[in-house]
Design a protein around this ligand. Structure first.
Ligand code: ZN
Length: 133
């Protein structure tokens, strides 16, 4: 039986995180992000790799002043629903000044440190978004 490890998980997810790898359904052309083995629209099993452009727009957003454990030093920070140009809507942190936030504002993905695992020294990287223009 395979062993579950919280340390190994970021490594397994690395390809998808670093390249914004999603999938496109061969049957209905639906695009999923993150990548899925089964199409979220038609249930098809024929998915091919699709790399997201990293461009999108804000659908909705909120500014958090109270952070969950481990993110104490990051407040206030902004979380938004971002609709990617390719279609999928994801939840992501928006970096930079919250004054620039607004529904419909264009954003692009930026590669940033997500969190640091204190004792193990493990640092996880991934995508956040910044408002453009
Ligand atoms: Zn499909």
């Amino acid at each position: 039986m395979p062993q579950r490890s919280s340390v190994a998980q970021p490594w397994r997810m690395q390809a998808g995180r670093y390249r914004m790898q999603g999938t496109e359904c061969v049957v209905c052309k639906n695009i999923d992000f993150p990548a899925r083995q089964i199409c979220s629209k038609c249930g098809g099993h024929d998915n091919v790799e699709k790399i997201m452009s990293g461009e999108g727009e804000i659908v909705s957003f909120t500014i958090l002043h109270t952070a969950p454990e481990g993110f104490d030093g990051h407040t206030p920070y902004s979380i938004a629903l971002v609709k990617l140009k390719e279609g999928p809507v994801i939840t992501a942190q928006i970096v930079g000044d919250s004054a620039g936030l607004g529904i419909g504002k264009p954003v692009r993905a930026v590669f940033r440190k997500l969190f640091e695992n204190g004792e193990g020294g493990l640092i996880s990287y991934g995508f956040k978004f910044e408002v453009v223009g």
